[in-house]
Design a protein around this ligand. Structure first.
Ligand SMILES: Nc1ncnc2c1ncn2[C@@H]1O[C@H](COP(=O)(O)OP(=O)(O)OP(=O)(O)O)[C@@H](O)[C@H]1O
Length: 595
Protein backbone atom coordinates (compact mmCIF):
# COMPACT_ATOMS: atom_id res chain seq x y z
CA UNK A 1 0.00 0.00 0.00
CA UNK A 2 2.93 2.31 0.73
CA UNK A 3 3.90 2.03 -2.92
CA UNK A 4 0.54 3.44 -4.03
CA UNK A 5 1.20 6.69 -2.17
CA UNK A 6 3.35 7.62 -5.19
CA UNK A 7 0.06 8.31 -6.97
CA UNK A 8 -1.08 10.95 -4.46
CA UNK A 9 0.54 13.69 -6.52
CA UNK A 10 -1.81 12.81 -9.38
CA UNK A 11 -4.84 12.87 -7.08
CA UNK A 12 -3.80 16.35 -6.03
CA UNK A 13 -3.32 17.42 -9.63
CA UNK A 14 -6.81 16.23 -10.62
CA UNK A 15 -8.64 17.12 -7.38
CA UNK A 16 -11.18 19.36 -9.15
CA UNK A 17 -12.27 16.45 -11.33
CA UNK A 18 -12.23 13.89 -8.50
CA UNK A 19 -14.09 15.89 -5.83
CA UNK A 20 -17.24 16.41 -7.97
CA UNK A 21 -16.97 12.68 -8.71
CA UNK A 22 -17.26 11.87 -5.00
CA UNK A 23 -20.24 14.24 -4.74
CA UNK A 24 -21.96 12.45 -7.64
CA UNK A 25 -21.40 9.08 -5.93
CA UNK A 26 -23.19 10.33 -2.79
CA UNK A 27 -26.13 11.78 -4.73
CA UNK A 28 -26.55 8.72 -6.94
CA UNK A 29 -26.68 6.52 -3.83
CA UNK A 30 -29.34 8.68 -2.22
CA UNK A 31 -31.50 7.99 -5.24
CA UNK A 32 -30.70 4.29 -4.91
CA UNK A 33 -32.01 4.11 -1.33
CA UNK A 34 -35.16 6.21 -1.69
CA UNK A 35 -37.05 3.73 -3.97
CA UNK A 36 -36.97 1.09 -1.18
CA UNK A 37 -38.90 3.46 1.06
CA UNK A 38 -41.38 4.27 -1.70
CA UNK A 39 -41.90 0.53 -2.20
CA UNK A 40 -42.60 0.15 1.53
CA UNK A 41 -45.23 2.93 1.43
CA UNK A 42 -46.77 1.42 -1.71
CA UNK A 43 -46.81 -2.03 -0.15
CA UNK A 44 -48.53 -0.83 3.02
CA UNK A 45 -50.94 1.17 0.87
CA UNK A 46 -51.87 -1.97 -1.03
CA UNK A 47 -52.57 -3.79 2.22
CA UNK A 48 -54.73 -1.00 3.68
CA UNK A 49 -56.57 -0.33 0.43
CA UNK A 50 -57.47 -3.96 -0.06
CA UNK A 51 -59.09 -3.88 3.38
CA UNK A 52 -60.98 -0.64 2.58
CA UNK A 53 -61.99 -1.99 -0.84
CA UNK A 54 -63.49 -5.08 0.80
CA UNK A 55 -65.40 -2.90 3.25
CA UNK A 56 -67.19 -1.30 0.31
CA UNK A 57 -68.27 -4.65 -1.06
CA UNK A 58 -71.69 -4.20 -2.78
CA UNK A 59 -71.56 -0.32 -2.62
CA UNK A 60 -71.38 2.04 -5.66
CA UNK A 61 -68.33 3.79 -4.23
CA UNK A 62 -66.22 0.62 -4.54
CA UNK A 63 -65.32 1.51 -8.16
CA UNK A 64 -64.16 4.98 -7.08
CA UNK A 65 -61.97 3.49 -4.33
CA UNK A 66 -60.44 1.14 -6.92
CA UNK A 67 -59.62 4.07 -9.23
CA UNK A 68 -57.96 6.09 -6.46
CA UNK A 69 -55.99 3.02 -5.38
CA UNK A 70 -54.85 2.18 -8.93
CA UNK A 71 -53.84 5.81 -9.64
CA UNK A 72 -51.79 6.09 -6.47
CA UNK A 73 -50.01 2.81 -7.30
CA UNK A 74 -49.23 4.16 -10.77
CA UNK A 75 -47.93 7.34 -9.16
CA UNK A 76 -45.56 5.35 -6.90
CA UNK A 77 -44.44 3.26 -9.86
CA UNK A 78 -43.65 6.43 -11.85
CA UNK A 79 -41.78 7.83 -8.84
CA UNK A 80 -39.55 4.73 -8.63
CA UNK A 81 -38.78 5.01 -12.36
CA UNK A 82 -37.99 8.73 -11.96
CA UNK A 83 -35.60 7.97 -9.10
CA UNK A 84 -33.88 5.32 -11.23
CA UNK A 85 -33.50 7.81 -14.10
CA UNK A 86 -32.02 10.49 -11.79
CA UNK A 87 -29.70 7.89 -10.28
CA UNK A 88 -28.61 6.82 -13.77
CA UNK A 89 -27.83 10.45 -14.63
CA UNK A 90 -25.60 10.85 -11.58
CA UNK A 91 -23.94 7.48 -12.22
CA UNK A 92 -23.09 8.80 -15.68
CA UNK A 93 -21.55 11.95 -14.15
CA UNK A 94 -19.70 9.80 -11.62
CA UNK A 95 -18.05 7.74 -14.39
CA UNK A 96 -17.40 10.85 -16.46
CA UNK A 97 -15.41 12.34 -13.61
CA UNK A 98 -13.70 9.49 -11.75
CA UNK A 99 -13.08 7.03 -14.60
CA UNK A 100 -12.11 9.82 -16.99
CA UNK A 101 -9.59 11.14 -14.45
CA UNK A 102 -8.14 7.66 -14.08
CA UNK A 103 -7.48 7.65 -17.83
CA UNK A 104 -5.74 11.04 -17.57
CA UNK A 105 -3.57 9.75 -14.72
CA UNK A 106 -2.79 6.58 -16.69
CA UNK A 107 -1.63 8.78 -19.59
CA UNK A 108 0.52 10.95 -17.29
CA UNK A 109 2.08 7.94 -15.58
CA UNK A 110 2.88 6.24 -18.90
CA UNK A 111 4.58 9.38 -20.18
CA UNK A 112 6.49 9.81 -16.94
CA UNK A 113 7.85 6.26 -17.07
CA UNK A 114 8.70 6.53 -20.77
CA UNK A 115 10.47 9.85 -20.20
CA UNK A 116 12.43 8.30 -17.34
CA UNK A 117 13.38 5.27 -19.46
CA UNK A 118 14.95 7.61 -22.00
CA UNK A 119 17.11 9.24 -19.35
CA UNK A 120 18.50 5.92 -18.16
CA UNK A 121 21.88 4.82 -19.41
CA UNK A 122 22.94 1.90 -21.55
CA UNK A 123 23.90 -0.22 -18.52
CA UNK A 124 20.25 -0.16 -17.38
CA UNK A 125 19.11 -1.53 -20.74
CA UNK A 126 21.71 -4.29 -20.50
CA UNK A 127 20.41 -5.28 -17.06
CA UNK A 128 16.70 -5.37 -17.92
CA UNK A 129 15.12 -7.12 -20.85
CA UNK A 130 12.85 -5.34 -23.31
CA UNK A 131 9.81 -7.43 -22.38
CA UNK A 132 10.10 -6.31 -18.78
CA UNK A 133 10.47 -2.65 -19.77
CA UNK A 134 7.40 -2.89 -21.98
CA UNK A 135 5.33 -4.69 -19.37
CA UNK A 136 5.90 -2.03 -16.75
CA UNK A 137 4.79 0.75 -19.05
CA UNK A 138 1.72 -1.12 -20.34
CA UNK A 139 0.42 -3.99 -18.18
CA UNK A 140 1.51 -2.56 -14.83
CA UNK A 141 0.18 0.91 -15.60
CA UNK A 142 -3.19 -0.62 -16.59
CA UNK A 143 -3.39 -2.41 -13.24
CA UNK A 144 -2.59 0.79 -11.41
CA UNK A 145 -5.36 2.52 -13.35
CA UNK A 146 -7.82 -0.06 -12.09
CA UNK A 147 -6.97 1.19 -8.61
CA UNK A 148 -7.22 4.88 -9.49
CA UNK A 149 -10.52 4.46 -11.33
CA UNK A 150 -12.80 1.52 -10.56
CA UNK A 151 -11.29 0.56 -7.17
CA UNK A 152 -11.60 4.04 -5.68
CA UNK A 153 -15.00 4.63 -7.27
CA UNK A 154 -16.47 1.37 -5.98
CA UNK A 155 -14.93 1.84 -2.52
CA UNK A 156 -16.57 5.25 -2.09
CA UNK A 157 -19.77 3.90 -3.59
CA UNK A 158 -19.82 0.93 -1.19
CA UNK A 159 -19.06 3.10 1.82
CA UNK A 160 -21.78 5.63 1.06
CA UNK A 161 -24.35 2.97 0.23
CA UNK A 162 -23.52 1.04 3.40
CA UNK A 163 -23.94 4.09 5.61
CA UNK A 164 -27.24 5.05 3.96
CA UNK A 165 -28.75 1.54 3.85
CA UNK A 166 -27.61 0.36 7.27
CA UNK A 167 -28.82 3.67 8.74
CA UNK A 168 -32.22 3.16 7.10
CA UNK A 169 -32.40 -0.50 8.20
CA UNK A 170 -31.48 0.21 11.83
CA UNK A 171 -34.00 3.05 12.01
CA UNK A 172 -36.75 0.56 11.05
CA UNK A 173 -35.77 -2.45 13.18
CA UNK A 174 -32.39 -3.27 14.73
CA UNK A 175 -32.98 -7.03 15.09
CA UNK A 176 -34.10 -7.50 11.49
CA UNK A 177 -31.19 -5.32 10.33
CA UNK A 178 -28.61 -7.47 12.16
CA UNK A 179 -30.08 -10.79 10.94
CA UNK A 180 -30.38 -9.79 7.28
CA UNK A 181 -26.81 -8.45 7.26
CA UNK A 182 -25.23 -11.61 8.78
CA UNK A 183 -24.53 -13.47 5.47
CA UNK A 184 -22.98 -10.40 3.81
CA UNK A 185 -19.49 -10.43 5.45
CA UNK A 186 -19.39 -14.12 4.57
CA UNK A 187 -20.21 -13.22 0.99
CA UNK A 188 -17.41 -10.57 0.95
CA UNK A 189 -14.86 -13.07 2.29
CA UNK A 190 -15.87 -15.80 -0.15
CA UNK A 191 -15.69 -13.41 -3.08
CA UNK A 192 -12.26 -12.24 -1.91
CA UNK A 193 -10.91 -15.79 -1.81
CA UNK A 194 -12.49 -16.84 -5.09
CA UNK A 195 -11.16 -13.65 -6.67
CA UNK A 196 -7.63 -14.26 -5.39
CA UNK A 197 -7.66 -17.71 -6.96
CA UNK A 198 -9.04 -16.27 -10.20
CA UNK A 199 -6.25 -13.64 -10.24
CA UNK A 200 -3.56 -16.23 -9.61
CA UNK A 201 -4.91 -18.39 -12.39
CA UNK A 202 -5.25 -15.39 -14.75
CA UNK A 203 -1.65 -14.45 -14.13
CA UNK A 204 -0.51 -17.98 -14.80
CA UNK A 205 -2.52 -17.94 -18.04
CA UNK A 206 -0.93 -14.59 -18.96
CA UNK A 207 2.52 -16.05 -18.36
CA UNK A 208 1.73 -19.11 -20.46
CA UNK A 209 0.38 -16.87 -23.22
CA UNK A 210 3.51 -14.74 -23.32
CA UNK A 211 5.72 -17.84 -23.39
CA UNK A 212 3.62 -19.10 -26.26
CA UNK A 213 3.89 -15.79 -28.17
CA UNK A 214 7.65 -15.56 -27.59
CA UNK A 215 7.98 -19.12 -28.84
CA UNK A 216 5.99 -18.32 -31.99
CA UNK A 217 7.83 -15.05 -32.55
CA UNK A 218 11.24 -16.64 -32.19
CA UNK A 219 10.50 -19.62 -34.40
CA UNK A 220 9.09 -17.37 -37.14
CA UNK A 221 12.06 -14.99 -36.96
CA UNK A 222 14.37 -17.95 -37.24
CA UNK A 223 12.23 -19.73 -39.83
CA UNK A 224 15.19 -19.94 -42.23
CA UNK A 225 17.23 -21.89 -39.68
CA UNK A 226 14.23 -24.09 -38.79
CA UNK A 227 13.63 -24.98 -42.44
CA UNK A 228 17.28 -25.56 -43.29
CA UNK A 229 17.67 -27.96 -40.37
CA UNK A 230 14.31 -29.65 -41.19
CA UNK A 231 13.09 -29.03 -37.65
CA UNK A 232 9.44 -28.17 -38.50
CA UNK A 233 8.02 -31.26 -36.73
CA UNK A 234 10.14 -30.67 -33.66
CA UNK A 235 8.98 -27.04 -33.49
CA UNK A 236 5.35 -28.06 -34.06
CA UNK A 237 5.58 -30.50 -31.13
CA UNK A 238 7.01 -27.72 -28.96
CA UNK A 239 4.14 -25.42 -29.95
CA UNK A 240 1.61 -28.15 -29.20
CA UNK A 241 2.93 -28.75 -25.69
CA UNK A 242 2.98 -24.99 -24.94
CA UNK A 243 -0.60 -24.71 -26.24
CA UNK A 244 -1.67 -27.68 -24.14
CA UNK A 245 -0.30 -26.07 -20.97
CA UNK A 246 -2.16 -22.87 -21.84
CA UNK A 247 -5.40 -24.79 -22.46
CA UNK A 248 -5.18 -26.66 -19.14
CA UNK A 249 -4.69 -23.43 -17.20
CA UNK A 250 -7.63 -21.81 -19.03
CA UNK A 251 -9.89 -24.78 -18.25
CA UNK A 252 -9.08 -24.66 -14.58
CA UNK A 253 -9.89 -20.93 -14.55
CA UNK A 254 -13.28 -21.60 -16.14
CA UNK A 255 -13.99 -24.15 -13.37
CA UNK A 256 -13.30 -21.62 -10.62
CA UNK A 257 -15.33 -18.96 -12.41
CA UNK A 258 -18.22 -21.40 -12.57
CA UNK A 259 -18.36 -21.42 -8.75
CA UNK A 260 -18.44 -17.63 -8.56
CA UNK A 261 -22.08 -16.81 -9.41
CA UNK A 262 -23.77 -19.76 -7.67
CA UNK A 263 -21.93 -18.88 -4.43
CA UNK A 264 -22.94 -15.25 -4.75
CA UNK A 265 -26.59 -16.10 -5.44
CA UNK A 266 -26.63 -18.61 -2.55
CA UNK A 267 -25.52 -15.95 -0.07
CA UNK A 268 -28.02 -13.39 -1.37
CA UNK A 269 -30.78 -16.01 -1.25
CA UNK A 270 -29.83 -16.82 2.35
CA UNK A 271 -30.10 -13.15 3.29
CA UNK A 272 -33.54 -12.88 1.68
CA UNK A 273 -34.82 -16.01 3.47
CA UNK A 274 -33.57 -14.71 6.83
CA UNK A 275 -35.17 -11.30 6.13
CA UNK A 276 -38.52 -12.85 5.28
CA UNK A 277 -38.43 -15.26 8.25
CA UNK A 278 -37.29 -12.82 10.96
CA UNK A 279 -39.32 -10.01 9.34
CA UNK A 280 -42.43 -12.22 9.36
CA UNK A 281 -41.96 -12.87 13.09
CA UNK A 282 -41.60 -9.14 13.72
CA UNK A 283 -44.74 -8.37 11.70
CA UNK A 284 -46.67 -10.96 13.77
CA UNK A 285 -45.42 -9.23 16.90
CA UNK A 286 -46.67 -5.97 15.41
CA UNK A 287 -43.22 -4.33 15.53
CA UNK A 288 -42.99 -3.64 11.75
CA UNK A 289 -45.33 -3.65 8.78
CA UNK A 290 -45.32 -6.07 5.86
CA UNK A 291 -44.11 -3.18 3.73
CA UNK A 292 -40.93 -3.11 5.82
CA UNK A 293 -40.11 -6.67 4.70
CA UNK A 294 -40.38 -5.60 1.05
CA UNK A 295 -38.23 -2.57 1.86
CA UNK A 296 -35.56 -4.80 3.49
CA UNK A 297 -35.49 -7.21 0.56
CA UNK A 298 -34.74 -4.27 -1.74
CA UNK A 299 -31.98 -3.12 0.65
CA UNK A 300 -30.37 -6.55 0.78
CA UNK A 301 -30.42 -6.82 -3.02
CA UNK A 302 -28.91 -3.36 -3.28
CA UNK A 303 -26.10 -4.30 -0.91
CA UNK A 304 -25.16 -7.39 -2.90
CA UNK A 305 -23.18 -5.65 -5.61
CA UNK A 306 -21.20 -3.38 -3.24
CA UNK A 307 -20.37 -6.35 -1.01
CA UNK A 308 -19.26 -8.35 -4.04
CA UNK A 309 -17.20 -5.42 -5.24
CA UNK A 310 -15.53 -5.22 -1.82
CA UNK A 311 -13.81 -8.56 -2.43
CA UNK A 312 -13.04 -7.61 -6.01
CA UNK A 313 -11.70 -4.17 -5.05
CA UNK A 314 -9.40 -5.64 -2.38
CA UNK A 315 -7.70 -7.86 -4.91
CA UNK A 316 -7.56 -4.97 -7.42
CA UNK A 317 -5.73 -2.85 -4.85
CA UNK A 318 -3.31 -5.67 -4.03
CA UNK A 319 -2.47 -6.14 -7.69
CA UNK A 320 -2.12 -2.38 -8.23
CA UNK A 321 0.25 -2.12 -5.24
CA UNK A 322 2.43 -4.92 -6.65
CA UNK A 323 2.47 -3.22 -10.06
CA UNK A 324 3.23 0.21 -8.61
CA UNK A 325 6.11 -1.36 -6.68
CA UNK A 326 7.57 -2.59 -9.96
CA UNK A 327 7.03 0.83 -11.57
CA UNK A 328 8.62 2.66 -8.61
CA UNK A 329 11.65 0.38 -8.82
CA UNK A 330 12.39 1.76 -12.29
CA UNK A 331 11.31 5.33 -11.52
CA UNK A 332 13.72 5.41 -8.59
CA UNK A 333 16.61 4.11 -10.69
CA UNK A 334 18.99 7.03 -11.07
CA UNK A 335 20.56 7.46 -14.50
CA UNK A 336 24.26 6.56 -14.22
CA UNK A 337 25.05 9.04 -16.95
CA UNK A 338 23.46 12.46 -16.60
CA UNK A 339 23.87 15.80 -18.24
CA UNK A 340 25.66 17.88 -15.63
CA UNK A 341 26.02 21.06 -17.57
CA UNK A 342 23.22 22.93 -19.34
CA UNK A 343 25.56 25.66 -20.60
CA UNK A 344 26.08 25.85 -24.38
CA UNK A 345 29.01 23.85 -25.67
CA UNK A 346 30.49 24.39 -29.11
CA UNK A 347 32.49 21.32 -30.06
CA UNK A 348 35.78 21.89 -31.87
CA UNK A 349 36.99 18.32 -32.11
CA UNK A 350 40.14 17.75 -30.02
CA UNK A 351 39.98 14.37 -28.28
CA UNK A 352 42.33 12.95 -25.67
CA UNK A 353 42.29 9.68 -23.70
CA UNK A 354 44.51 9.95 -20.62
CA UNK A 355 45.38 6.65 -18.94
CA UNK A 356 41.84 5.34 -19.42
CA UNK A 357 40.87 2.02 -17.85
CA UNK A 358 37.38 0.62 -18.03
CA UNK A 359 35.57 -2.40 -16.63
CA UNK A 360 31.98 -3.18 -17.73
CA UNK A 361 29.80 -2.73 -14.64
CA UNK A 362 27.66 -5.87 -14.94
CA UNK A 363 30.08 -8.48 -16.21
CA UNK A 364 33.20 -7.20 -14.47
CA UNK A 365 35.14 -7.67 -17.73
CA UNK A 366 38.04 -5.24 -17.95
CA UNK A 367 37.86 -4.01 -21.54
CA UNK A 368 40.50 -1.24 -21.49
CA UNK A 369 43.75 -0.90 -19.56
CA UNK A 370 45.63 2.37 -19.30
CA UNK A 371 44.81 3.62 -22.79
CA UNK A 372 46.22 7.01 -23.83
CA UNK A 373 46.13 8.79 -27.17
CA UNK A 374 45.36 12.21 -28.59
CA UNK A 375 43.54 13.18 -31.79
CA UNK A 376 43.72 16.78 -32.95
CA UNK A 377 40.84 18.43 -34.74
CA UNK A 378 40.65 17.25 -38.33
CA UNK A 379 42.73 14.10 -37.81
CA UNK A 380 41.77 10.50 -38.56
CA UNK A 381 42.54 7.86 -35.95
CA UNK A 382 42.12 4.23 -36.93
CA UNK A 383 41.78 1.39 -34.45
CA UNK A 384 42.52 -2.21 -35.32
CA UNK A 385 42.88 -5.31 -33.20
CA UNK A 386 41.63 -8.82 -32.55
CA UNK A 387 37.99 -9.43 -31.75
CA UNK A 388 37.22 -8.57 -28.14
CA UNK A 389 40.30 -6.35 -27.83
CA UNK A 390 38.28 -3.30 -26.75
CA UNK A 391 37.78 -1.33 -29.97
CA UNK A 392 34.01 -0.81 -29.59
CA UNK A 393 34.56 0.05 -25.94
CA UNK A 394 36.60 3.09 -27.01
CA UNK A 395 33.68 4.15 -29.26
CA UNK A 396 31.20 3.62 -26.40
CA UNK A 397 33.28 5.71 -24.01
CA UNK A 398 33.73 8.42 -26.61
CA UNK A 399 29.90 8.63 -26.91
CA UNK A 400 29.78 8.67 -23.09
CA UNK A 401 27.52 5.62 -22.96
CA UNK A 402 29.58 4.71 -19.87
CA UNK A 403 31.93 6.67 -17.63
CA UNK A 404 35.54 5.57 -17.29
CA UNK A 405 36.76 3.93 -14.06
CA UNK A 406 40.21 5.42 -14.15
CA UNK A 407 41.86 8.20 -16.11
CA UNK A 408 39.92 10.76 -18.10
CA UNK A 409 38.64 11.59 -21.54
CA UNK A 410 39.17 15.19 -22.57
CA UNK A 411 37.10 16.88 -25.26
CA UNK A 412 38.57 20.22 -26.35
CA UNK A 413 40.60 20.06 -23.14
CA UNK A 414 37.57 19.54 -20.84
CA UNK A 415 36.64 16.32 -19.05
CA UNK A 416 33.79 14.65 -20.99
CA UNK A 417 31.91 14.19 -17.67
CA UNK A 418 31.48 17.93 -17.21
CA UNK A 419 30.51 19.20 -20.66
CA UNK A 420 26.95 19.60 -21.95
CA UNK A 421 26.23 16.00 -23.00
CA UNK A 422 23.34 16.78 -25.35
CA UNK A 423 25.29 19.49 -27.16
CA UNK A 424 28.27 17.14 -27.43
CA UNK A 425 26.30 14.13 -28.68
CA UNK A 426 24.35 16.22 -31.20
CA UNK A 427 27.67 17.23 -32.80
CA UNK A 428 29.10 13.69 -32.79
CA UNK A 429 28.16 11.25 -35.55
CA UNK A 430 28.23 7.62 -34.44
CA UNK A 431 27.82 4.61 -36.72
CA UNK A 432 27.47 1.59 -34.43
CA UNK A 433 28.71 -1.88 -35.23
CA UNK A 434 25.22 -3.36 -35.16
CA UNK A 435 23.16 -1.41 -37.64
CA UNK A 436 19.71 -0.48 -36.45
CA UNK A 437 17.17 0.95 -38.86
CA UNK A 438 13.62 1.94 -37.94
CA UNK A 439 10.58 0.49 -39.74
CA UNK A 440 10.12 3.64 -41.75
CA UNK A 441 11.09 5.13 -45.11
CA UNK A 442 14.74 5.34 -46.15
CA UNK A 443 14.49 9.16 -46.20
CA UNK A 444 13.23 9.35 -42.62
CA UNK A 445 15.85 6.85 -41.46
CA UNK A 446 18.62 9.00 -42.89
CA UNK A 447 17.05 12.22 -41.60
CA UNK A 448 16.66 10.81 -38.06
CA UNK A 449 19.03 13.34 -36.51
CA UNK A 450 17.44 16.30 -38.31
CA UNK A 451 14.69 18.44 -36.79
CA UNK A 452 12.98 18.74 -40.16
CA UNK A 453 13.27 16.45 -43.14
CA UNK A 454 15.24 18.23 -45.85
CA UNK A 455 15.44 16.09 -48.99
CA UNK A 456 18.41 17.94 -50.49
CA UNK A 457 20.62 17.12 -47.49
CA UNK A 458 19.23 13.58 -47.26
CA UNK A 459 20.24 12.96 -50.89
CA UNK A 460 23.66 14.52 -50.36
CA UNK A 461 24.27 12.33 -47.28
CA UNK A 462 23.25 9.26 -49.31
CA UNK A 463 25.73 10.26 -52.04
CA UNK A 464 28.51 10.79 -49.48
CA UNK A 465 27.80 7.36 -47.99
CA UNK A 466 27.88 5.85 -51.52
CA UNK A 467 24.36 4.43 -51.24
CA UNK A 468 22.53 6.94 -53.49
CA UNK A 469 22.61 4.75 -56.60
CA UNK A 470 21.19 1.76 -54.67
CA UNK A 471 18.32 3.85 -53.31
CA UNK A 472 17.54 5.33 -56.72
CA UNK A 473 17.22 1.80 -58.08
CA UNK A 474 14.27 1.06 -55.77
CA UNK A 475 10.77 1.71 -57.19
CA UNK A 476 9.89 4.24 -54.54
CA UNK A 477 13.44 5.52 -54.17
CA UNK A 478 13.84 7.44 -50.88
CA UNK A 479 10.20 6.70 -49.96
CA UNK A 480 10.90 2.96 -49.90
CA UNK A 481 9.78 1.41 -46.64
CA UNK A 482 12.31 -0.70 -44.77
CA UNK A 483 11.94 -3.07 -41.84
CA UNK A 484 9.28 -5.68 -41.17
CA UNK A 485 6.64 -4.15 -43.42
CA UNK A 486 9.04 -3.11 -46.16
CA UNK A 487 11.87 -4.40 -48.27
CA UNK A 488 14.89 -6.18 -46.90
CA UNK A 489 18.17 -4.40 -47.49
CA UNK A 490 21.51 -6.13 -47.85
CA UNK A 491 23.95 -5.86 -44.94
CA UNK A 492 26.15 -3.45 -46.89
CA UNK A 493 23.19 -1.23 -47.87
CA UNK A 494 22.09 -1.04 -44.25
CA UNK A 495 25.59 -0.05 -43.14
CA UNK A 496 25.75 2.73 -45.69
CA UNK A 497 22.31 4.10 -44.74
CA UNK A 498 23.54 4.09 -41.16
CA UNK A 499 26.61 6.07 -42.27
CA UNK A 500 24.39 8.56 -44.13
CA UNK A 501 22.36 9.03 -40.94
CA UNK A 502 25.50 9.90 -39.00
CA UNK A 503 26.97 12.35 -41.49
CA UNK A 504 23.75 14.25 -42.18
CA UNK A 505 24.15 15.89 -38.74
CA UNK A 506 27.33 17.58 -39.97
CA UNK A 507 29.15 16.44 -36.87
CA UNK A 508 32.53 17.67 -35.69
CA UNK A 509 33.55 14.19 -34.53
CA UNK A 510 32.76 11.04 -36.55
CA UNK A 511 33.00 7.54 -35.11
CA UNK A 512 32.68 4.56 -37.43
CA UNK A 513 32.57 1.29 -35.50
CA UNK A 514 33.45 -1.46 -37.93
CA UNK A 515 30.77 -0.25 -40.30
CA UNK A 516 32.37 -1.35 -43.52
CA UNK A 517 32.57 -5.04 -42.64
CA UNK A 518 29.68 -6.03 -44.91
CA UNK A 519 30.95 -4.37 -48.07
CA UNK A 520 33.52 -5.64 -50.56
CA UNK A 521 36.90 -3.93 -50.85
CA UNK A 522 35.89 -2.09 -54.04
CA UNK A 523 32.78 -0.56 -52.47
CA UNK A 524 34.81 0.14 -49.35
CA UNK A 525 37.25 2.21 -51.39
CA UNK A 526 34.37 4.08 -53.01
CA UNK A 527 32.82 4.83 -49.59
CA UNK A 528 36.15 5.94 -48.13
CA UNK A 529 36.74 8.20 -51.13
CA UNK A 530 33.41 9.96 -50.79
CA UNK A 531 33.66 10.03 -47.01
CA UNK A 532 37.08 11.67 -47.39
CA UNK A 533 35.31 14.89 -48.39
CA UNK A 534 32.98 14.76 -45.39
CA UNK A 535 35.78 13.85 -42.96
CA UNK A 536 38.00 16.71 -44.12
CA UNK A 537 38.59 19.06 -41.16
CA UNK A 538 36.56 16.75 -38.90
CA UNK A 539 37.95 14.52 -36.21
CA UNK A 540 37.31 10.88 -37.12
CA UNK A 541 37.72 7.53 -35.43
CA UNK A 542 37.59 4.55 -37.74
CA UNK A 543 37.42 1.06 -36.26
CA UNK A 544 38.16 -1.66 -38.80
CA UNK A 545 39.38 -5.19 -39.30
CA UNK A 546 41.11 -4.73 -42.64
CA UNK A 547 44.47 -2.99 -42.85
CA UNK A 548 43.55 -1.80 -46.35
CA UNK A 549 40.77 0.31 -44.83
CA UNK A 550 42.96 2.24 -42.47
CA UNK A 551 46.41 2.53 -43.91
CA UNK A 552 45.96 6.20 -44.85
CA UNK A 553 44.95 7.23 -41.32
CA UNK A 554 46.96 9.91 -39.49
CA UNK A 555 47.44 7.54 -36.55
CA UNK A 556 46.76 3.86 -36.09
CA UNK A 557 46.15 2.20 -32.71
CA UNK A 558 46.67 -1.55 -32.47
CA UNK A 559 44.75 -2.91 -29.49
CA UNK A 560 45.51 -6.18 -27.79
CA UNK A 561 43.47 -7.39 -24.80
CA UNK A 562 42.45 -3.84 -23.88
CA UNK A 563 45.93 -2.36 -24.14
CA UNK A 564 47.61 -0.33 -26.84
CA UNK A 565 50.12 -2.70 -28.37
CA UNK A 566 51.31 -0.39 -31.14
CA UNK A 567 50.67 3.22 -32.08
CA UNK A 568 51.77 5.23 -35.12
CA UNK A 569 51.34 5.72 -38.85
CA UNK A 570 51.13 2.85 -41.35
CA UNK A 571 54.76 3.24 -42.43
CA UNK A 572 55.99 3.47 -38.83
CA UNK A 573 54.10 0.36 -37.79
CA UNK A 574 55.27 -1.55 -40.86
CA UNK A 575 58.84 -0.74 -39.92
CA UNK A 576 58.30 -1.99 -36.39
CA UNK A 577 57.41 -5.43 -37.76
CA UNK A 578 55.12 -6.18 -34.86
CA UNK A 579 51.43 -7.18 -34.67
CA UNK A 580 50.34 -4.69 -37.34
CA UNK A 581 52.95 -5.94 -39.75
CA UNK A 582 51.86 -9.55 -39.15
CA UNK A 583 48.24 -8.64 -39.75
CA UNK A 584 49.12 -6.80 -42.95
CA UNK A 585 51.11 -9.70 -44.33
CA UNK A 586 48.38 -12.18 -43.45
CA UNK A 587 45.63 -10.13 -45.07
CA UNK A 588 47.73 -9.49 -48.15
CA UNK A 589 48.26 -13.21 -48.52
CA UNK A 590 44.52 -13.90 -48.13
CA UNK A 591 43.68 -11.33 -50.80
CA UNK A 592 46.22 -12.83 -53.21
CA UNK A 593 44.79 -16.29 -52.63
CA UNK A 594 41.29 -15.01 -53.36
CA UNK A 595 42.21 -13.19 -56.54
N1 LIG B 1 27.98 -4.16 -22.87
C1 LIG B 1 28.91 -4.96 -22.41
N2 LIG B 1 28.78 -5.44 -21.17
C2 LIG B 1 29.74 -6.25 -20.68
N3 LIG B 1 30.85 -6.62 -21.32
C3 LIG B 1 31.03 -6.17 -22.57
C4 LIG B 1 30.05 -5.31 -23.18
N4 LIG B 1 30.49 -5.00 -24.41
C5 LIG B 1 31.70 -5.65 -24.57
N5 LIG B 1 32.02 -6.33 -23.48
C6 LIG B 1 33.24 -7.11 -23.26
O1 LIG B 1 34.35 -6.23 -23.33
C7 LIG B 1 35.42 -6.77 -24.08
C8 LIG B 1 35.78 -5.82 -25.23
O2 LIG B 1 34.71 -5.80 -26.13
P1 LIG B 1 34.62 -4.82 -27.40
O3 LIG B 1 33.25 -4.91 -27.93
O4 LIG B 1 35.13 -3.49 -27.06
O5 LIG B 1 35.63 -5.55 -28.39
P2 LIG B 1 35.91 -5.27 -29.92
O6 LIG B 1 37.36 -5.12 -30.05
O7 LIG B 1 35.08 -4.15 -30.42
O8 LIG B 1 35.46 -6.63 -30.57
P3 LIG B 1 34.85 -6.91 -32.04
O9 LIG B 1 35.93 -6.67 -33.02
O10 LIG B 1 34.45 -8.36 -31.98
O11 LIG B 1 33.71 -6.00 -32.20
C9 LIG B 1 34.96 -8.14 -24.56
O12 LIG B 1 35.54 -9.09 -23.72
C10 LIG B 1 33.45 -8.13 -24.39
O13 LIG B 1 33.01 -9.41 -23.99
Amino acid sequence: MKELSYLNKFFLKYKWQLLPGVFFVVISNLFAVLPAQIIRIAFDLVKENIAVYRLFNGFDKQGLIYDIFANSLLFFGALVILMAVIRGLFLFFMRQTIILTSRHIEYDLKNEIYQHYQELSLAFYRRNNTGDLMNRVTEDVSRVRMYIGPAIMYTINTLVLFILIIGAMVSVNLKLAVYSLIPLPLLALTIYFVNSIINQKSEEIQRRLSTLSSFVQETFSGIRVVKSYVKEDFIRAGFESQSEAYKQESLSLVKIQAYFYPIMLLMVGLSTIITVYIGGLQVMDGRITAGNIAEFIVYVTQLTFPVTSLGWVTSLIQRAAASQKRINEFLKTEPEISNPNPNPFYLKGDVEFKNVSFTYPDTGIQALKNVSFRINKGELLAIIGKTGSGKSTIANLLMRMYDVNQGEILIDGQNIKYINLEAYRSKTGFVPQEVFLFSDTIARNIAFGQDELDMATVEQAAKDAAVYKNIEAFDKKFETFIGERGITLSGGQKQRISIARAIIKEPEILIFDDCLSAVDTKTEEEILRSLGKVMKDKTSVLIAHRVSTIKNADQILVLDEGEIAEHGTHSKLMKERGLYFELYEKQLLEEQELS
